[in-house]
Design a protein around this ligand. Structure first.
Ligand code: NAD
Ligand code: USQ
Length: 402
């Protein structure tokens, strides 16, 4: 049984009504349990888009994940805590209006978008779907806060990929710009690398606008790539597991490499492997979101936190996985393949990330022990791996007929 302890950054007894959008997802479900375990009243919304996308592609999460009604029943049975559920689509205004009207949130944690860059780059239909799903859903959320819960703090998941890989240091959302003898503090320039990452840039502009013009309060978490398979709450019972994707469309770099190592597949470094990104453990995602919720933005304030703990190139990550494998007698090979994406493979990368540390984040840093613990969880479920969906199938730059 998880004890009901108040979040340390909140004053004693100040429990909140927290709405988690995308609460069936990799990050949303563990976040819902974390807030519920802390005694907050939690309601989740999800339309199972991610589950349907897997069904359509013939792919699946490594971990078997139960549907939301079953998960919340297991959570109730194990902890005595309730989590409310709405199975509905954020692009449907009637759904959004009804949830905000009845739940009246103090904080809204918004994960509910299509999160994959390769999915968004498949073709026109996937691109249009990604941007309309993400941008329209978020616009509905902004209007719902404005009209139905104007004091609620929006904590929105953006991405470090909004910035791209510029040849200058990346700041946290804003930069002082001097031009023709004048200066201003302006949004940091964005050079996103996929239609999905672009959707997040559009969201960021809409959030900023809603804060400036309507006086909403919002924190835009520009998150790096998340890795990991376990949180304190998912470890309580297999019925509470979160998803773990490793396929070419929804799997992300380190999670994929760990799975590939366990099943003896060469690690799929794309191109030269110098692509550098910010990474963080799933436990740190939960902690960052808790810190943002516990320390809300002011009315009218739009703030950006860069949410990652360590920088790695993909080749460095692959070598780390190879080394961790060697320590336990696994023979892990790294096999660079032709890059299906269009991206810089060697570039400058230096991004600020102090705001969450200043609020009290103490990162779980990546080391061989952590990788080995991922190996052992993957080992438990390795019979479920669909090997045909590991190598990338879609190329981002179309080959034009001559
Ligand atoms: P996920 O796909 O597992 O979770 C997103 C959830 O939102 C899914 O369950 C999906 O069904 C739901 N959803 C999507 N569109 C919806 C809609 N219109 N209405 C209702 N529900 C909808 O993805 P995730 O990895 O948990 O990512 C969560 C958020 O964090 C996303 O916004 C993603 O862009 C962002 N993010 C993720 C990572 C990462 O490495 N996982 C890194 C940076 C940012
Ligand atoms: N990569 C490989 N081999 C692989 C998979 C990926 O070399 O097998 C490379 C990619 O080419 C890229 C880097 O690893 O250069 C990261 O790719 P990824 O698939 O791990 O992450 P990305 O597509 O950027 O998207 C993921 C999440 C997304 C989130 C983003 C954070 O899916 O939701 O927004 O990470 S960030 O990268 O900071 O923008």
């Amino acid at each position: 049984m998880t004890p009901k302890t108040p979040e340390p950054n909140l004053p004693e007894g100040s429990f909140m009504r927290i709405l988690i959008l995308g609460g069936d997802g990799y990050l949303g479900w563990p976040t819902a349990m974390r807030f519920s375990a802390r005694g907050h009243e939690v309601h989740v919304v999800d339309n199972e888009l991610r589950r349907r996308a897997h069904e359509q592609a013939g792919t699946d999460s490594l971990t078997p994940t139960r549907r939301l009604p079953e998960r919340v029943a297991a959570w109730r049975e194990l902890t005595g805590n309730e989590i409310g559920v709405t199975l509905g689509d954020l692009t449907d205004w009637d759904v959004v209006e009804a949830v905000f009207d009845s739940f009246g949130p103090d904080a809204v944690v918004h994960y509910g978008e299509m999160p994959s860059a390769p999915y968004s780059m498949k073709d026109r239909e996937h691109a249009v779907f990604t941007q309309s799903n993400n941008v329209v859903g978020t616009l509905h959320v902004l209007y719902a806060i404005r009209d139905l819960a104007p004091d609620a703090h929006l904590v929105k998941l953006g991405t470090m990929g909004e910035y791209g890989t510029p040849n200058i240091d990346i700041e946290e959302g804003f930069i002082e710009v001097r031009h023709n003898g004048r200066s201003d503090y302006l949004p940091f320039p964005k050079l996103p690398g996929s239609i999905y990452h672009l959707s997040k840039v559009h969201d960021s502009h809409n959030l900023h606008f809603a804060c400036r013009v309507w006086g909403l309060r919002a924190t835009d978490l520009h998150q790096g790539v998340v890795y990991g398979i376990r949180t304190e709450e998912t470890a309580l019972d297999d019925r509470l597991l979160t998803r773990f994707d490793y396929d070419d469309v929804f799997g992300t770099a380190l999670n994929r490499f760990c799975l590939q190592a366990v099943i003896g597949h060469p690690l799929t470094v794309y191109g030269a492997g110098g692509q550098t990104r910010g990474y963080l453990n799933i436990e740190d995602t939960l902690r960052c979101v808790e810190l943002a919720v516990a320390n809300p933005a002011q009315a009218g304030e739009y703030r950006v936190f860069n949410q990652f703990t360590q920088l790695y190139s993909v080749l460095q990550l692959a070598e780390l996985v190879q080394k961790a494998g060697a320590e336990i007698g696994m023979d892990v090979t790294v096999h660079p393949i032709d890059n299906p994406r269009v991206e810089a493979e060697q570039h400058y990368y230096n991004a600020a990330h102090t705001k969450l540390l200043d609020l009290g984040l103490r990162p779980h840093l990546l080391d061989e022990t952590l990788i080995e613990s991922m190996f052992s969880t993957i080992e438990r479920f390795k019979d479920r791996v669909i090997v045909d969906h590991i190598l990338p199938k879609d190329r981002w730059r179309p080959i034009r007929p001559r």
